[in-house]
Design a protein around this ligand. Structure first.
Ligand code: NI
Length: 166
């Protein structure tokens, strides 16, 4: 168990495509455990490995209504709805700021769980938003990239650090 430092927006690891995981070995299991501990510690909804400086395709997330954490290795979007919504969004790598990001209303994602089994997740609303945000991280894209201008970022003064961010 370890709490890992979450890197910030100026770190190049957040802007490069992460590598696929070839073997889900003990080092990957340890990374997953540490990512879960870190996400819980900072009250995040989701965390992608590049955010802890590891350029691998591993994400974890747990929505407020979820009883368990979901682990996705090498996630890929296989389907997306035609319609989208503007959604309020924040990232653990940019604490204190939020912005309105256009996200597909529903998506289907496939990937492997930590046992290596191929799984598919279909989500809408917050789940669809989290899946899109995390797959963006895997592809070196951050939510700020979706804003027309950095001026569209909104500074949050009184929010607990990380709370509700992805
Ligand atoms: Ni993020």
């Amino acid at each position: 168990m370890a709490i890992l430092p979450v890197i910030k927006m100026d770190n190049p690891v957040l802007h490069q495509k992460a590598k696929k995981v070839k073997n889900i070995d003990s080092s990957i299991q340890k990374l997953i455990n540490d990512m879960i501990d870190t996400m819980y510690e900072i009250d995040g909804v989701g965390l992608a490995a590049p955010q802890v400086g590891v350029p691998l395709q591993v994400v974890v997330f747990q929505l407020p209504e979820d009883e368990e954490v979901t682990v996705l290795i090498n996630p890929e979007m296989v389907k997306g709805s035609e319609d989208s919504d503007m959604m309020d969004e924040g990232c653990l790598s940019l604490p204190g700021y939020r912005g309105e990001v256009k996200r597909l209303k529903s998506v289907t994602v496939k990937g492997r769980n930590r046992q290596g089994k191929m799984i598919r997740i279909k989500g809408e609303g917050l789940l669809a938003q989290v899946l899109q945000h995390e797959i963006d991280h895997i592809n070196g894209v951050v939510f700020v990239d979706h804003l027309e201008s950095p001026d569209d970022l909104i500074k949050i003064e009184d929010e607990e650090e990380g709370e509700g961010s992805i």
